[in-house]
Design a protein around this ligand. Structure first.
Ligand code: BDP
Length: 651
């Protein structure tokens, strides 16, 4: 499509619709989209849209009238015809994409009637896209895939074909909401809410035909910076009225607007604390303004003090979100959703699940993950995050038979990994993260490895087995490989300050950000126990509070997150901590080298440009993995004085 990479919707994926008679019953804008999709496929592969008579595929809404935007659909194959029935346009569109996923299987043999229903209400991508180029963060904050799809140099782009193609890809993995600007709302972005809402409306018009609602990040200080008020105090009537008027204007321009995303009192952003008010006061102010129109406010729980005194080692950033929000459970309005990062710190390669996700029985919550690979290789390393997200979503905060995180979450949100790069995601294989996110958001209990194969099958529809196997091999264990050569046992943050790419053993150790590992000559790790440490472990319900509190029961992979232990401490694996550090760094590099070798063997099995892009990136990944290995191993050898049991060279 116009030289844009087709991602997981290459034209050939629609071949099974070829030579088929398709009946489409229903009307409405999304049904028109379905019709366009089918007619394009028929034009290419020789099928036909029929008005009556026999058909091979029936796509129907009951009575031909869309009723709301129900997303559920049913697929069945009986009496030689395949039928997709939905209650609303979105369901019909998702049903069509399900037929595409099934391929020939949709038209052969019998398919028992299967109901598909998303487990979450909102499956959203947050774009950290700046309208104007930020002097430090650039056009896209933590973006590794080129410029923004939406904005360039201070204005909305008018690359509508591309936005439409994007919306299509998102719908095909079940995503139904997009927030189009950075949570760090600078002066230019603030204006999108009022004077420049037309630019947002233009984007919304391109996303809408694929069932995607548009959301906007706003600044809590908007009444001051845009409205000229002297305060943004959430309990002031004038402030309330200002927001009511602003929201009215937004819905005039975008009648199906989804709502706001807010980062308040975090990393320098304004918020209710300025006025001595709580985050419930702040969130409810915006929720109240949005309620008459059915909008939602996503209020982020990423609130912590980023100017800690590092010498005061009794405070703990990991505690912050729970300390701020758990006491407010039950105080948030029904259309306020607390958006919680999946871990207590900040998207490290390994973190425990945030205790906030188990503490909010009376608050709607959204789980936020990071598809953009800020701390996981910045889309220069292959790092497929499906297994990590799946572990989070399957975690049971109350243990035993309690609900999983995926079952309790109302919404799932990912920070987007997409830009105007020809492959969408910079690293072509990072597309698998975006696809997997959408599918896990639809069904949090889905098997991520099957989702991976689904992505491979769709993206490379006529792949010989060798290619499919090679792709699977390269992606399957890539997250654990990345973990092995970077930060060990849950320690986190041994990255270069600022941009966060590559190792820096003490980069954050003596800075005010609250991200420490406490390595000294005797041991390493953060004591977060209730008995002798920061008390973070006690934020969990039982059994986790006990599991994490004790060195004996804490899972190895999180040991240094919860405990400060001597280098000679023996892990459950039977190895000492120091030997584990050495071994996994060596293994991680070997695995990265092996993945590079497998990739080299896939040359000739796909478009050369795609193969070459990944091959080049593998050079960088292997270089970087070695750098991680050498710096981490040297550092720990010098700190501990304990030699490698296998006598390998450590500098
Ligand atoms: C951190 C990023 C920073 C974001 C922040 C956030 O480094 O760029 O602004 O998260 O989530 O991971 O608000």
């Amino acid at each position: 499509m116009n030289g844009i990479d087709p991602g997981w919707l290459p034209p050939e994926a629609f071949r099974p619709l070829g030579a088929r008679r398709v009946l489409i019953a229903g009307s409405g804008p999304l049904v028109d989209t379905v019709r366009r999709e089918v007619s394009d496929a028929c034009a290419r592969f020789g099928g036909e849209i029929v008005r009556d008579g026999p058909y091979d595929l029936l796509l129907r809404l009951p009575d031909g009238e869309p009723v709301g935007d129900e997303e559920e659909f049913t697929v069945a194959r009986e009496g030689g015809a395949t039928t997709v029935t939905a209650l609303g346009g979105r369901g019909l569109l998702y049903g069509l994409f399900q037929v595409v996923r099934l391929g020939e299987e949709a038209f052969s043999g019998a398919l028992p009637r299967e109901v598909h229903r998303p487990a979450t209400a909102l499956r959203m991508l947050d774009h950290w896209d700046n309208v104007a180029v930020h002097p430090v963060m650039g056009q896209v904050e933590r973006g590794y895939a080129g410029g923004s799809l939406f904005w360039r140099d201070g204005r909305a782009r008018e690359d509508f074909a591309r936005i439409r193609a994007y919306a299509r890809l998102l719908a095909a993995c079940g995503i139904n909401a997009v927030c189009v600007n950075n949570v760090n709302v600078h002066a230019v972005e603030a204006e999108l809410l009022t004077d420049r809402i037309g630019e947002v409306a233009a984007i919304a018009a391109e996303l809408r035909p694929y069932g995607i609602r548009t959301h906007l990040s706003v600044t809590f200080a908007a009444p001051v910076v845009l409205g000229g008020l002297s305060t943004a105090d959430p309990l002031q009537e004038a402030v309330r009225q200002w927001w009511a008027r602003a929201v009215h204007g937004v819905y005039e321009a975008i009648p199906d607007f989804g709502g706001f995303v807010v980062k308040a009192d975090s990393e320098g952003r304004p918020g209710p604390f300025t006025y001595g008010r709580s985050h419930a006061d702040g969130a409810n102010l915006l929720a109240g303004a949005l309620a008459p129109y059915g909008g939602t406010v996503h209020w982020r729980a990423f609130v912590y003090d980023h100017r800690q005194d590092w010498r005061d080692r009794t405070t703990d950033r990991a505690r912050a979100a729970y300390d701020h929000f758990a006491p407010l459970d039950g105080e948030f309005a029904g259309n306020a959703v607390l958006q919680v990062k999946h871990g207590p710190m900040d998207f490290q390669v390994r973190e425990p699940v945030s205790p906030v996700l188990g503490a909010l029985s009376r608050t709607r919550s959204a789980v936020e993950v990071q598809a953009t690979q800020e701390y996981t290789g910045q889309q220069r390393h292959v790092c497929w995050l499906g297994p990590m997200w799946s572990e989070v979503l399957r975690f049971r905060p109350e243990g035993g038979a309690g609900p999983t995180v995926g079952e309790s979450a109302r919404d799932l949100v990912a920070v987007s990994n997409v830009g105007d790069d020809p492959f969408w995601t910079g690293h072509p294989l990072a597309q698998a993260n975006l696809y997997t996110f959408g599918r896990l958001a639809w069904r949090p209990d889905a098997d991520p490895y099957r989702v991976l194969d689904e992505w491979i099958g769709l993206t490379f529809p006529s792949a010989p087995e060798r290619l499919a196997d090679g792709l699977h091999a390269v992606l399957d264990g890539s997250w654990r490989t990345y973990e092995k050569y970077t930060a060990p046992l849950g320690v986190g943050f041994m990255v270069q300050p600022g941009h966060h790419y590559g190792p820096s053993v003490d980069g954050y150790e003596y800075s005010p950000w609250g991200t420490y590992h406490f390595a000294d000559r005797d041991g390493v790790g953060v004591d977060r126990t209730a008995a002798t440490g920061t008390g973070y472990a006690a934020q969990y319900a039982k059994p986790w509070a006990e599991v994490y509190e004790s060195v004996a029961s804490c899972p190895d992979e999180l040991l240094l997150f919860f405990h400060h232990v001597p280098y000679g401490h023996v892990l459950r694996s039977g190895k000492t901590v120091i030997q584990h550090i050495y071994d996994t760094r060596f293994e991680g590099v070997e695995e990265a080298e092996e993945a590079r070798r497998v990739w080299a063997g896939l040359a000739g099995l796909m478009a050369p440009a795609r193969h070459e892009r990944v091959a080049e990136l593998f050079e960088e990944q292997v270089r970087s993995a070695r750098e991680w290995r050498d710096q981490l191993n040297s550092y720990f050898l010098r700190k501990s004085g304990v030699p490698d049991a296998h006598g390998r060279t450590i500098y």
